[in-house]
Design a protein around this ligand. Sequence first.
Ligand code: 5GP
Ligand code: ZN
Length: 114
Amino acid sequence: MSDCIFCKIRDGEIPADFVHQDEICLGFLDINPVAPNHVVLIPREHISTINELETRHEQSIGHIFTVAAKIAKDLEMATSGYRVVVNCNADGGQEVFHIHFHLLGGRRLSWPPG
Ligand code: 5GP
Ligand code: ZN
């Protein structure tokens, strides 16, 4: 059995507020949002970090960006703007080691990140 929190969400062992589900990826609300709109998008397949991505993942990762753009439109932030972020390992601030894409918006985001 996997100890991965996001695999448990995928498998329904931990509840989540889903905003998107398909055969490739899932989107759900972040439990600790850092922006008015904060969705986490994950591939169904467990991949630990960006560093483990392989050529065979390119289609599913590309699909996640298409889904992110659709959700951004549904949340009415496509025109005002938003950000898609992937954290990697310690310096990147990654805490959950199942690759995920933060979709952030609903306020003006600062740059550079802290
Ligand atoms: P990371 O720091 O790894 O890039 O982001 C992990 C994100 O997952 C954090 O924003 C954190 O709030 C979120 N998170 C951690 N555990 C859970 C959970 O059990 N449910 C949900 N919905 N989000 C979670
Ligand atoms: Zn996982």
